[in-house]
Write a protein that binds this ligand. Structure first.
Ligand code: SAH
Length: 438
């Protein structure tokens, strides 16, 4: 890689990140585990009980959606759950190098597709704003390359609490934020480097245009329907009140088939499946937009290629948490099915991946970047932290193998017209093949 990076070796400041003695979300699985210690009747549990009493058992997807994003009581809406004091840690919070390499990825795609005069950077689920912050710092550092390009940032975020933290991380505090709770664009500010930043609740509300999309640990938070194969055919898993204990919830199977069953493929061989129609809707929208306006999408998450069965789990305080206990106090998540995302592009765009994080970051030149930062740091604590962060991101036993990168690109991006990944030809797209600057 990185003629450009090495040539511009002025190091980005090694922003101190927490040293991480705790778990990330994919350590192990828990959906079947029973926890007995915590029977708290949370406001969310009370709300769900009323709902179930009024209209009957709810799907796992409805449960996840309510628990995570209910505007009044949802887990994501009113708290900061990321980091040491939260429930889980993510790659951008572990090392600045992660976001820097993603920044390079976008610039490399921008160059490869003809250096458009403007682009939008659109992040879905930006968490604490750290990833976009690291990307924007790379854009500033490579200002001479991007100097004639008009950049704007668009953040899709449902959480009031996290959107405030994102604004603190990203915007210039001397320029007042503009709020309009009634408008699809509910907040607007200016980044520290002078780039306009806008916030939305839905991707549909982000203006059309040449855009680079980013979704890191976003798709795993979207609601999944769960199904089990029975002698009578597929049956959806629902959540009901436990008749033995009226303060508890339990899983039940639907007595007959349900509409979401249409998402299961006829040739399906597993006997448990999870399907995420919301992910399908978002991928279709991204595909339409990239096909019509150009750009690319980079999706990074833990997941599988249509092979896993039961991945629905909860996290609280860096520990696995029974998904049905004390809802609203723990994160709920399910692995991303990349084979489903690929199908949902409906051939409108090309897809690359999933490729393991360790390979993607290696291809993007993480080793060179680490060396530059280490060479430029005289402080042992910072050096140890950089090495520790590298190990967390790259070690196959840590995040290196479980996290994957998946990209959507316009078909024109592949000059041969062949958009299938070939084992013999290196990918022309950085990360999926080695980064080269033209
Ligand atoms: N990308 C960040 C945060 C991951 S956590 C990181 O890697 O650190 C998931 C993020 O998605 C949070 O910001 C959460 O508030 C947001 N989110 C979850 N469901 C959402 C939805 N349906 N629409 C928009 N944002 C959502």
């Amino acid at each position: 890689m990185s003629v450009l990076l090495r040539a511009r070796a002025r190091p980005l400041p090694p922003a101190l990140r927490e040293v991480i003695p705790f778990f990330w979300k994919v350590k192990c699985f828990s959906s079947g585990k029973k926890s007995t210690e915590n029977k708290t009747v949370t406001p969310m549990l009370r709300h769900l009980m009323y709902k179930i009493k009024a209209t009957g058992p709810i799907t796992v997807a409805e449960y996840m959606k309510e628990v995570l994003t209910n505007p009044a009581k949802g887990y994501y809406v009113h708290q900061d759950m990321i980091g040491e004091r939260g429930d889980f840690i993510t790659s951008p919070e572990i090392s600045q190098i992660f976001g820097e390499l993603l920044g390079i990825w976008y610039i490399s795609e921008w160059i490869a597709t003809g250096k458009s005069s403007s682009f939008q950077l659109v992040e879905l689920g930006p968490g604490r704003g750290t990833l976009t912050g690291d990307i924007l710092r790379v854009f500033s550092q490579l200002g001479s390359v991007l100097k004639n390009c008009d950049i704007s940032v668009h953040l899709v975020e449902v959480s009031q609490k996290l959107s405030k933290i994102q604004a603190q991380t990203l915007t210039d505090e001397t320029v007042a934020l503009k709020y309009d709770a009634e408008s699809p664009m509910y907040m607007k500010g200016i980044s520290k480097s002078g780039i306009p930043i806008s916030w939305y609740r839905n991707l549909q509300d982000v203006p059309q245009g040449y855009s680079f999309y980013l979704a890191h640990e976003f798709f795993d938070a979207l609601p999944v329907h769960k199904f089990q194969k029975t002698l009578q055919g597929w049956r959806e898993v629902f959540i009901d009140i436990d008749p033995q204990d009226s303060d508890k919830l339990r899983f039940v199977l639907a007595p007959s088939s349900t509409p979401a069953e249409t998402f299961i493929q006829s040739k399906e061989t597993r006997d448990h499946v999870e399907v995420c129609p919301d992910a399908g809707v978002i991928i279709q929208l991204l595909s339409e937009r990239i096909e019509e306006n150009g750009g690319a999408a980079l999706i990074a998450d833990y997941g599988h290629d249509g092979t896993k069965m039961d991945t629905f789990r909860g996290f609280c305080g860096h520990k696995l948490h029974d998904v049905l206990i004390a809802p609203g106090t723990a994160d709920l998540t399910a692995d991303v099915d990349f084979s489903y995302l690929r199908r949902m592009t409906r051939g409108r765009v090309a897809s690359l991946g999933p490729i393991q994080q360790q390979h993607f970051l290696k291809n993007m030149g993480i080793d060179v970047r680490l060396k530059v930062l280490l060479d430029n740091s005289s402080d042992t604590a910072t050096q140890q932290q950089l090495i520790h962060g590298y190990d967390m991101l790259m070690n196959p036993k840590k995040m290196g193998e479980r996290f994957n990168f998946f990209a959507l690109l316009p078909h024109q991006r592949f000059s041969s017209g062949n958009t299938n990944q070939s084992k013999s030809l290196p990918s022309p797209v950085a990360g999926f093949g080695e980064l080269t600057w033209k």
